[in-house]
Design a binder for this molecule. Structure first.
Ligand code: FDA
Length: 393
């Protein structure tokens, strides 16, 4: 006889653990399964080890989806303040880094331990090292053939996450299950991911590796004002990670390296005040020195400013305010923080995350086609979608 649970959740990550505790507090008999040897591996590596667990300014505008209104209901009903109340009840020390971005002061482990304690206190069971081999619907129940035994449940919650960082246990199993039950999966692609560059630009920027400067980056009508970081592989930093979610292969980026300045007025003022200085020397007043000089070399802006005509300064100003880069690609799922696309939300209830065609089958967290901007929004979606499902399973 298969062991019977009211709720089985596949995936002991952020969304799965949150859903398990919340459903178990409602008195449901809950089991969480994960093929990995540890729960919440991505929580541990998140936020550089300090887990940016929510964003106080999170609104539906911070999410990408083919069906943007879908996320509104869940995000409205479980807000960043709700999660912060939980964090405070557990006495976890936290700090606000950039506006609204809340990080653990000590370690991401605090958030994982909080979720595990919540699961234990509520009575949810977690079983690791367990592979789900197949799922079938039999007489209104879901039957799971796992590497340890056969299990049955009325509500099956898929919280398998996306494809990013396969070494942390990511698989496409959630998408496979969705397809098996006839749900459409919008093509997954890596998001919040560094760009790689064409060999020539990569070589020329290589000496700048490790340098960061504030920029404004534009692509496909989206722009972000954040720091850009040059790495030995290409371009990263918050500005590049954010815009990568809106970039498609072949697209160009326009980078304004003097985002708060009128570049032409600056160049003209420099030419008047310091006619014998080079463009690089003048740029160094507003940009990191090494970046300024390498940027000037890259564009062959040599010689004193007094040698430049108005038309030439105009051209330089255009390059400074819209430096056009055509990335070779991205680093892909190996380093992407999230996976865009996923289970099409038009086939889910925005109230409960249940499949409209198969009530009893739920999809939560990153496996769903809702992806947040950088800055704690993705965890907020994991918590909010988990609670939406937990309230009805
Ligand atoms: P998650 O990936 O957390 O969990 C999925 C679980 O399912 C895993 O435990 C996995 O082992 C399991 N699983 C997969 N396939 C399975 C199968 N076939 N059978 C059984 N189990 C299976 N977000 C944010 O808001 N703030 C931040 O600071 C960061 N930082 C960050 C850093 C890095 C390096 C990454 C990669 C990601 C982030 N993120 C983030 C994003 C955030 O980690 C992500 O959005 C959430 O973890 C998604 O939660 P889920 O529960 O949906 O998936």
């Amino acid at each position: 006889m298969p062991s019977h649970y009211e709720v089985i959740i596949i995936g002991a990550g952020a969304a799965g653990l949150m859903c398990a505790a919340s459903a178990a507090y409602r008195g449901r008999k809950v089991l969480v399964l994960d093929h990995a040897n540890k729960a919440g591996k991505k929580i541990l590596m998140s936020g550089g080890g300090r887990c940016n667990f929510t964003n106080l300014n999170s609104t539906p505008a911070n999410f990408l989806s083919d069906n943007p209104p879908f996320c509104i209901s869940a995000l409205k009903r479980y807000t960043p303040q709700h999660f912060l109340d939980l964090v405070e009840r557990h006495g976890i020390a936290y700090e606000e880094k950039a506006a609204g971005q809340l990080f653990c002061q000590n370690s991401s482990m605090d958030i994982l331990q909080m979720l595990l304690s919540e699961c234990e206190w509520a009575g949810a069971e977690i079983r690791l090292n367990t592979r789900v081999q197949s799922v079938r619907k039999i007489a209104g129940a879901y039957q799971l053939d796992t590497s340890s035994e056969i299990l049955q449940c009325e509500s099956l919650v898929v919280a398998c996450g996306g494809l990013s960082i396969p070494t942390m246990g990511a698989t496409g199993f959630g998408y496979e299950l969705a397809r098996q039950f006839g749900l459409r999966v919008l093509p997954p692609r890596p998001g919040l991911v560094p760009f790689t560059l064409q060999p020539e630009l990569k070589t020329r920027l290589a000496p700048l590796s490790g340098i960061s400067c504030p920029v404004s980056v534009l692509c496909n009508d989206q722009h972000f004002d954040e720091p850009m970081l040059v790495t030995h592989r290409g371009l990263s930093g918050p500005a590049m990670l954010q815009i990568s979610s809106f970039w498609h292969p072949g697209d160009e980026l326009a980078v304004n390296v003097l985002p708060d300045q009128d570049a032409l007025s600056l160049l003209k003022a420099w030419r008047t005040d310091k006619p014998q200085s080079s463009v690089g020397q003048c740029l160094a007043q507003h940009l990191p020195r090494r970046f300024a000089s390498a940027f000037a070399d890259l564009h062959a802006w040599q010689g004193p400013l007094q040698n430049y005509s108005n038309a030439e300064l105009h051209e330089i100003a255009e390059t400074l305010s819209a430096w056009t880069i055509k990335p070779a690609g991205t680093e892909g799922y190996r380093t992407a923080e999230v996976t865009l696309g996923g289970v099409d939300t038009r086939q889910l209830s925005s109230q409960s995350m249940a499949s409209l065609a198969h009530p009893g089958l739920y999809f939560i967290g990153e496996v769903v086609d809702v992806t947040g901007h950088l800055g704690g929004h993705n965890f907020q979606w994991a918590w909010a979608s988990a609670v939406a499902a937990a309230n009805v399973v």
